[in-house]
Design a protein around this ligand. Structure first.
Ligand code: BEZ
Length: 208
């Protein structure tokens, strides 16, 4: 399988972590791309008309996107081998999917700000709008601080998505100091990201 990929993307990282946790990393061939909303890639656009990464080209030539779909597909391929399933059944499924949506939403807001501040020419930037996006992830962190006691040692798509999102805030917005008001979440995050799947995919050594 071929993964259209950029190591700085938190959505790509979530897919890579899922592949590692499912024991499938050797089956995923990484195809690096430098991509922004104004720097399209024809090869990617052919596979995903939305022009977004991650996109996973399967061995039969079909393509899966977005990260949510790819993660569930990888989990289904693993069929319970390796780690316990990352997509639980029953009531736990809704909890995992809601947490995953929260993590993805944090990343959506944080990546949007990244494009606004890194890609958009300075004279077109809008401070209030940037602040509005950052407030989305600040509110989410406050809610997660109240919920983190329920995470315990759960490894699923929900907890993976939250840990990836917090790492992305650290990576791109080191001055956010989210830990100051979220000590329990910070403790959980510190422990969780010790997993080899997180260590092997850490974006912190990337400069731009
Ligand atoms: C980043 O550099 O932060 C980034 C790169 C690709 C996709 C999303 C974010």
């Amino acid at each position: 399988m071929k993964l259209f990929y950029n190591p700085a993307s938190p959505f790509v990282r979530k897919v890579l972590i899922t592949a590692i946790e499912c024991g499938l990393e050797d089956r995923v061939q990484k195809h690096p791309l430098a991509l922004t909303p104004v720097n399209a890639n024809d090869d990617l656009n052919t596979q995903n008309p939305l022009g977004k990464i991650p996109a996973l080209v399967l061995d039969d030539g079909s393509t899966l996107y977005d990260s949510r779909v790819i993660c569930e597909y990888l989990n289904s391929l693993a069929g319970g081998k390796g780690s316990a399933t990352l997509f639980p059944e029953g009531e736990d499924r809704w909890k995992a999917l809601r947490l995953s949506a929260c993590g993805d939403g944090i990343c959506d807001a944080a990546v949007t700000v990244r494009y606004e501040t890194f890609v958009r020419p300075e004279q077109y930037r809008w401070g209030d709008w940037i602040e509005g996006q950052k407030n989305k992830f600040r509110r989410a962190v406050a809610v997660l601080e109240n919920e983190v006691a329920g995470f315990e040692n759960t490894l699923d798509i929900g907890t993976i998505s939250i840990a990836v999102a917090l790492d992305y805030i650290d990576f791109r917005y080191a001055d956010e100091a989210w830990r100051d008001s979220a000590g329990a979440l910070a403790e959980w995050h510190k422990r969780f990201v010790q997993r080899p799947s997180f260590q092997q995919t850490a974006p912190h050594d990337l400069k731009s």
